[in-house]
Design a protein. Structure first.
Length: 351
């Protein structure tokens, strides 16, 4: 009798273990991106310009590792979390521990929400509409990462799809008592999908420590409109973004028009080719810039591929944008009014 009881207990534990493993999961994942980069007209000391070859990490998609977990709590509801950290392959140093994503959320018939350190809604939203998927030479270059930020103390909600439409909302606060507008961000998104066609509009506000829109590339309002046709052989994407920082100093740009048009050729097989033109116009005489990109990828396997991209940046008389997605004070910024050629090639591996 005792032996039979032990058998039933053992069988019960196996069943419970099987049920738990079926209802929950945790994944540890990562990717490594390493390559070489060549840039012309790099600003150096004493205003001198030079061409630079360098080893680089993250030109196609920053090297990262992360953890994701899902717990099925029944009736279509799931609890989930995500931790994501970026690091440099060239030196092994983390950019800033879990600055990218560190959130917990829930999904169900109502849609999904998450709370914590999160991508901005405009970063998540325009990714699908960028021909170069936010590569280092591409989308973020001409707006100095204004459409690629992350926020803390963030609440994000994404609705289910109804009649082809879905909506999203995001808000983050400073977390400081009595300072409601300090560093506050708000964003809203509307998407429509019909077969191979999709369209999306996003409105986002980012305020400075004083609650103002004081910097076109750091504390501003943005209105994004993007369209995409994803066919069997070609994907065509176009976008327009209006940027405004009405509280910026008079000698700094306050308003800008930014957009791109691109095409991707993806036949059956390992090869993909992309081409796009990005353009920004800073109003009130603050200059314009245009970036022309061509690139390709070649898949060695489902988790490993080679990439190469070349971009030529044409700076206006009063502008000094970089061909790579760097901050305004980066040494990669070319001297004012000079053009820049950027080239990078490398290998990306997911594990």
């Amino acid at each position: 009798m005792e032996t039979e009881l032990k058998r039933f207990i053992a069988l019960g534990l196996v069943c419970i273990s099987t049920i738990v493993s079926a209802q929950s999961s945790m994944t540890l994942w990562g990717r490594m991106d390493a390559g070489v980069q060549y840039l012309t007209n790099v600003a150096g000391q004493n205003g001198k310009r030079s061409n630079v070859w360098s080893a680089d990490s993250g030109d196609d998609g920053a090297s990262a590792w992360g953890m994701t977990g899902v717990e099925d709590i029944g009736d279509g509801y799931k609890v989930n979390f995500k931790l994501l950290d970026y690091f440099q392959v060239t030196n092994g140093v983390s950019w800033s521990p879990f600055w990218e994503n560190a959130y917990v959320g829930m999904s169900g018939p109502f849609g999904s929400f998450r709370v914590g350190q999160d991508d901005s809604i405009i970063k998540d939203g325009n990714y699908d509409f960028d021909p170069f998927s936010q590569q280092d030479i591409g989308l973020a270059s001409l707006v100095r990462n204004a459409n690629w930020p992350n926020f803390s103390n963030t609440f994000s909600y994404y609705s289910p799809t109804f009649m082809g439409f879905d909506v999203a909302f995001q808000s983050s606060l400073s977390g400081v008592a009595g300072q409601f507008n300090s560093g506050r961000t708000t964003g809203m998104q509307l998407t429509y999908r019909l077969g191979a066609f999709s369209a999306r509009t996003i409105y986002q506000e980012v305020r400075d420590a004083n609650g103002q829109f004081s910097d076109l590339y750091a504390a501003q309002k943005q209105l994004f409109v993007g369209t995409m046709y994803n066919g069997s052989l070609f994907t065509v994407q176009a976008s327009y973004t209006y940027m405004a920082a009405p509280d910026a100093p008079r000698d700094q740009p306050r308003y800008a028009d930014y957009g791109w048009f691109g095409m991707t050729y993806h036949p059956l097989g390992p090869f993909t080719a992309m081409a796009a033109v990005y353009h920004i116009h800073q109003r009130d005489g603050h200059g314009s810039a245009t970036l022309v990109d061509i690139g390709s990828t070649y898949a060695l396997s489902k988790r490993t591929y080679l990439y190469a991209t070349m971009g030529y940046l044409i700076n206006g008389q009063h502008t000094n944008f970089s061909a790579t997605a760097q901050t305004p004070d980066s040494p990669y910024n070319p001297p004012t009014g000079h053009n820049q050629l950027g080239f990078f090639a490398g290998i990306m591996h997911y594990f």
